[in-house]
Design a protein around this ligand. Structure first.
Ligand code: ATP
Ligand code: MG
Length: 237
């Protein structure tokens, strides 16, 4: 779909980040337009999760990060107040609280959440820590979507979910993007992500090895798959 892009939801130049003295991201230029779904692909250890951590403000970074046209320098909390929703790979839900309490804590109207994901109403009094992995994913994504963000960063939403739920979650992200929300999604399974994304970046050892329109990358899966080689355990859908 062609969209008229105005101020990007996210733009980075020369983004560098790491852990202690180890630099993991070596200078990334990334862009997510309003209403655009952008995938970050790449093998295990390429730096996908680190990218999201840096963008969310959870770990320090250098280079520039602009959110909604303004420099982002604040903490996770400040960036979230500006409209950034971050779903880390551990989901960020509070295990000791019930499903309903987790939703309330995020100031999310319960009815809206139950409308998006009816199974959460059935599970509303269950402790979040007692949910299955897939149910926790649904809770986390529903909470993020219903909190009316302007940009969603999501790490491996497909992980541990049944295929039918994966499809539902991707469709949910697509419908949110239709309303103008930017989506940056990290995925190991390239085919899956490219089916929903407008554009994609392929990371390799902390640098952008490939980037382009999702349809172009899908047409050249051989090159995408080649960029995954040399990484033990990497999988391409
Ligand atoms: N907390 C940490 N402390 C030190 N090094 C880390 C930490 N987290 C990740 N790393 C290292 O940073 C590099 C990038 O890791 P990252 O988690 O960003 O990769 P990824 O692309 O998300 O991989 P995966 O597909 O396995 O989730 C790896 O070499 C990893 O070992
Ligand atoms: Mg990761």
């Amino acid at each position: 779909m062609t969209r008229v892009l105005t101020t990007p939801a996210l733009a980075t130049t020369g983004l560098k980040a790491g852990y202690g003295r180890t630099e993991v991201l070596h200078g990334l230029d990334l862009r997510v337009g309003e209403g655009e779904i952008v995938a970050v692909l790449g093998p295990n250890g390429a730096g996908k999760s680190t990218t999201l951590l840096a963008l969310s403000g959870a770990i320090p970074s250098t280079g520039t990060v602009e959110l909604f046209g303004a420099p982002a320098t604040g903490s996770v909390h400040e960036r979230s107040k500006k409209g950034l929703a971050f779903l880390p790979d551990h989901r960020g839900i509070i295990r000791a609280l019930s499903v309903a309490q987790n939703l309330r804590l995020a100031n999310v109207p319960l009815e809206a959440a139950y409308e998006v994901s009816p199974e959460l109403e059935v599970l509303k009094d269950r402790k979040a820590g007692d949910l299955s992995g897939g149910e926790q994913q649904i809770l986390a994504l529903t909470r993020a979507v219903v909190s009316k963000p302007r940009l969603i960063l999501v790490d491996e939403i497909s992980f541990g979910l049944a295929p039918i739920i994966v499809t539902r979650m991707f469709k949910l992200l697509a419908s949110v993007a239709e309303q103008g929300v930017g989506v940056l999604l990290v995925e190991q399974f390239a085919h899956l992500a490219l089916a929903y994304a407008d554009r994609a970046y392929v990371l390799q050892r902390g640098t952008v090895a490939m980037e382009g329109k999702a349809s172009d990358l899908l047409a050249d899966m051989e090159s995408v798959e080649r960029s995954y080689l040399g990484s033990a355990g990497a999988a391409v859908d």
